[in-house]
Design a protein around this ligand. Sequence first.
Ligand SMILES: NC(=O)c1ccc[n+]([C@@H]2O[C@H](COP(=O)([O-])OP(=O)(O)OC[C@H]3O[C@@H](n4cnc5c(N)ncnc54)[C@H](O)[C@@H]3O)[C@@H](O)[C@H]2O)c1
Length: 346
Amino acid sequence: MTIEVTLGLVGVGRIGVMHANNISALNGTEQDRTLAQDGVQVRLKLTDVAEEHARSVAVSVGAEFVGSVEELIASGVDGLVIATGTATHPDLIRAGVDAGIPVFCEKPVAVNVAESVPVLDYIREKNGVVQIGHQRRFDAGYLEAKRAYEAGELGWIHSVRAVTCDMTPPPVQFLATSGGLFRDCSVHDFDILRWLTGKEIVEVYAKGSNNGDPAIGEVGDVDTALAVVTFDDGTVGTVSASRYNGAGHDVRLELQGSEGSVLVGMDEQMAVRSAEPGVGFPTGTPHLTFAERFDQAYRSEMAAFVELVRGQRKNPCTPEDAVAASKVADAAQESLETGVPVRVAA
Ligand SMILES: NC(=O)c1ccc[n+]([C@@H]2O[C@H](COP(=O)([O-])OP(=O)(O)OC[C@H]3O[C@@H](n4cnc5c(N)ncnc54)[C@H](O)[C@@H]3O)[C@@H](O)[C@H]2O)c1
């Protein structure tokens, strides 16, 4: 017997196109073995205010174009996927919750924590189911690091070092409304650190610099930044990010423990070369973009959302989780602006 699950996607920009492709590919890929076994067929309907573009995306991924979000929801979709700009997330999340369907929304919940809180309250009041897009929770490397940590293979952790570097900056128009490097980029590291260690980050001390395109500074952002983070048990770590890493998209997490250390991102495609004579590793071509680096994670994330829609799994990333990571990002931004360490809001 075939079970049809229809997802409605709003927004087919940079990340929405990728989700459209991944949803359309769900029938017949590695990630959907469970779906295939259960005879699930995933169908996709999509919309975007940029209608012509959305129509062409729909044709290219074999989806149905729908004229508006209202029409999309009214057409009876089983789940709503939101991949529009951040400012639109709260209203669209509410629309999905009002329709009584599970929602997947790209991170973050809203442009800042203050605007996220009423959304969390609304979801809770209405018993909504909302998964937020922190795809690293599905990445094989982070999953293995979490397993090793939880199995006690690393002993107790004394230091963590997280790195996220884009190859080139996104458009300045995007940066102008992104909330800054910590909220846009390092928020993924803040989320994964909480998820992986089960510890809360309680204080952040951040510094940043602008030695690249002056336009980034003109819109109030930095192109490179580093935050010293302190966890609730006193463990310390650093979270650094840059928009300029010509060697490729560089994402790493080093967990150093009393018994052993692991490094997420140390594969043949890591965007770092050894300075040691005679060392050939890594031999592959580095990932160039976040889409390449996390291709498997984004696919697994969408497969997980289908399972959530079918009521077959726990929510893998709740809005509360996402807002907790955003609180750390807010503290980092405040520290960057004020030059002093900032306590993370409870
Ligand atoms: N998880 C990740 O790794 C990751 C990576 C990139 C972006 N994001 C998040 O994804 C979101 C989108 O980012 P992006 O870079 O794809 O942006 P984008 O500007 O490239 O795309 C947004 C799209 O949404 C459309 N849109 C805007 N408002 C709409 C509305 N009300 N109804 C229908 N369509 C609408 C726009 O026309 C555009 O095509 C942001 O919140 C961003 O933080 C997450």
